[in-house]
Design a protein around this ligand. Sequence first.
Ligand code: ADP
Ligand code: MG
Length: 248
Amino acid sequence: MTSTEGFRFDTDPLSDPVLAPSAEAAPAAVCRGVGKTYRTATESVPALVDVTLAIPRAQVTVVVGPSGAGKSSLLRLLACIDSPDTGEVLLAGQRVDRLRSRARRRLRQRQVAYLFQRPGENLLPYLDAVAQIRLAAALRGAPVTDAEALALLDRLGLRDRADHLPEQLSGGEQQRLAVACGVVGDPALVVADEPTAELDTAAAERVLAAMEDLATAGVGFVLSSHDPRVMAIADGFVRLDHGRLVEA
Ligand code: ADP
Ligand code: MG
C-alpha cells in the first residue's frame, strides 16, 4: 500500500448502492439546511440552525466554536448517530434520511467511523492491534490480510505493537490504532469529537500527524476542537456560534 492507493479493497460488488460509482466523486459528507432542536420537559434548545456545508474528501476539516455552539451535535449528525429535525444529510453522495433502516445502517457501517475522546473506548479489550484492524475492515465489508494490517500499523509507527492488547498500549498508541481502524476499508468520513482532549502533547501530535497523513488517501476527516494543535493540521474550518455557521 502506498499513500496514493489508499486502503481500498474491491470485495463489494459495484451494484451495492452504497458503493455506486458516484459515491467516489461526491464530498465525504454534505448538510443542507440542517436543523436540530433538543426538547426537554421545560425547554427547547436549538442546537443547529439552517446549517449547509460540505466536508471534502482527502482533507482535515476542523469544527470550531465556543462551548454549546453545536459542534458535537453536528458531528453526531455527520456520523449518522443522530438525525436532523429538518434538512438533509448526505454521506458519500447518498441521502441518509431516504434510506430504510437496514440500508442506513449499512451505509453508516461502510462509509463512516466515529472516534470517541477516550482512546480505550474505541477498541475491544481482548483483541491485539492487528486483530482490531482486521475486525474493523471486515465490519466495513472490506476485509484485509495480516500483511495489510501490518503495513498500516507500520505507517503509524505501531509495527512493534502488532500483537499488543489495548491495555498494553499508551493512550496515544491506542488513539493511533483507533485512527487506523477508522480509515481501513476506505470509508468516506472519519469523525472525531475533540480527539486530543485526553492526550498529552507528544501523543496528541502523533495522532494528528497520523490523521494528516491518512487523509491524503482520500478519506475526509472532520474533527472538533479548541486545541491549537488540532487547528494547525486543518485544511478547512467550519465555524459555529449558537448553532449557526459563521463566516470566517
Ligand atoms: P458543543 O459541542 O459545541 O459544546 P453541543 O452540540 O454539545 O455543543 O450542544 C449544543 C447545544 O445543545 C447546547 O446548548 C447544549 O446544551 C444543547 N444540547 C446538547 N445535547 C443535548 C441534549 N441531549 N439534550 C438537551 N440539550 C442538549
Ligand atoms: Mg462538544
